[in-house]
Design a protein around this ligand. Structure first.
Ligand SMILES: [Zn+2]
Length: 411
């Protein structure tokens, strides 16, 4: 880790946050602790604390002794009725240098949370909203990486997910390392499909036609799943197999914990300019293109201001992302989607491959892309998106793009 990266982490840990202060107004009444979840990545462990309303914390770090601990108080807070009972007192983690999380009533109105470490190192704390969450990314100490056993999250994976295997996946040691697929020379096996939005988050909506993005993306995802399932040697994982809400940061985590080889997030576009139409594909990176920034802000459900604050976090994570492979993956998807749609439909505009900071792609440890398969805000494109034929043509185009990418790996 560079000196600069350490400095950024220190600043973040010292209290700088993702979101600007004024956007978060305190709600009266007690907060409820809904859940504490964690995801273990090869390089860091992410702990997510779900709360019913905003609570700002100031954590304290105690070094020395048995390896160190970090603790903080959730003031004016109680357990939600549906808080998982088995996580009421202690959550055993034993991933990297974080051993366990202990939770307890500190005073009548306060819940104290304690992280126990083998050895405390760098970490990064930030807040997310809608719903409000406190997130800790706890980085592994170098000396632990070599012998730390890869451990899956204790959250049950989604219905169609496979249980992750033993062993640390290769290709995770840094930006310059070849991907799993390339290293093994076996091509891509496990494809993670992420139908955008779901449940309480409908995505963009075309009211005239009564069409919701979440329904279109789920149908296209299922169609793509069905096509891919005809290949014996390909395995598919859907981040959501039904109409349900899955937070953005969990989607890449599902791909990581299931050791996906590629990750594709499916969306439909929308623009204030109603004549905007076409197909575009994105990979994760910073951008100066205002239109790309708007698309990302919309998909991230964040203001562009908050997105600018995201930069420090991105700088950190981009170092370990598969940017060049994700660009190639996006190009394969875009090219095949456009070609397949043009073989059946007229006026398919190719908006090309772009980069933007999509929160859903953040932390994905495999080549990843977000596709905007047409505009729900464009009358004619929305009518097409409402038909099974068009959705099938999109799915077939994505399938051809995945195959194209697999073939490109063999060259
Ligand atoms: Zn979307």
């Amino acid at each position: 880790m560079s000196k600069r990266a350490s400095a950024i982490l220190f600043l973040l840990a010292a209290g700088s946050t993702l979101l600007p202060g004024p956007a978060l107004t305190a709600t009266p009444g007690q907060a409820r602790l809904e859940n504490i979840r964690y995801y273990s990545y090869p390089e860091y462990t992410r702990v997510v604390i779900d709360l019913s309303r905003e609570i700002r914390i100031s954590e304290k770090v105690l070094r020395g002794g048995e390896g160190g601990r970090l603790f903080f108080d959730l003031k004016d807070c109680r357990f939600a009725l549906n808080y998982p009972r088995e996580r009421m007192n202690e959550i055993r983690i034993a991933a990297g240098n974080l051993q366990r999380i202990r939770i307890g009533k500190f005073q009548t109105q306060t819940i104290r949370v304690v992280f126990d470490f083998d050895r405390i190192g760098k970490y990064n704390r930030f807040y997310l909203t809608s719903p409000f969450r406190i997130v800790f990314d706890i980085y592994r100490q170098d000396e632990f990486v070599s012998h730390a056993r890869q451990q899956a999250s204790d959250d049950p994976p989604p219905a169609t997910a496979k249980v992750p295997g033993e062993g640390v996946p290769p290709g995770t040691a840094g930006g310059g390392t070849p991907s799993i697929a390339r290293q093994l020379g076996l091509g891509v096996h496990r494809i993670v499909i992420d139908p955008g939005h779901g449940g309480k988050d409908p995505g963009t909506v075309n009211r005239a036609l009564g069409l919701k993005e979440k329904d279109v993306t789920l149908d296209i995802g299922k169609r793509l799943n069905a096509i891919l399932n005809e290949h014996k040697d390909l395995e598919v994982i859907l981040t959501r197999p039904r109409d349900e809400y899955v937070p953005l940061e969990e989607r890449a985590a599902i791909a990581n914990s299931n050791h996906g080889d590629v990750f594709i997030s499916i969306h439909t576009n929308s623009a204030p300019r109603l004549s905007a139409r076409g197909v575009e594909s994105y990979y994760l990176n910073m951008t100066t293109d205002p239109r790309a920034m708007e698309v990302a802000a919309q998909e991230n459900a964040m203001s562009t201001k908050s997105m600018a604050d995201m930069r420090t976090i991105l700088d950190q994570i981009l170092r370990n992302s598969k940017i060049s492979e994700s660009r190639i993956f996006s190009q394969c998807l875009q090219g095949s989607m456009v070609a397949n749609l043009r073989s059946k439909y007229d006026a398919i505009e190719d908006l090309g491959v772009k980069k933007a900071p999509f929160y859903v792609l953040l932390g994905a440890q495999m080549p990843s892309a977000l596709v905007e398969v047409s505009f729900l805000s464009h009358a004619a494109e929305a009518r097409r998106l409402g038909t099974p034929e068009y959705r099938q043509a999109v799915a077939a185009g994505l399938y051809l793009g995945i195959i194209h990418f697999i073939q490109s790996l063999g060259k």
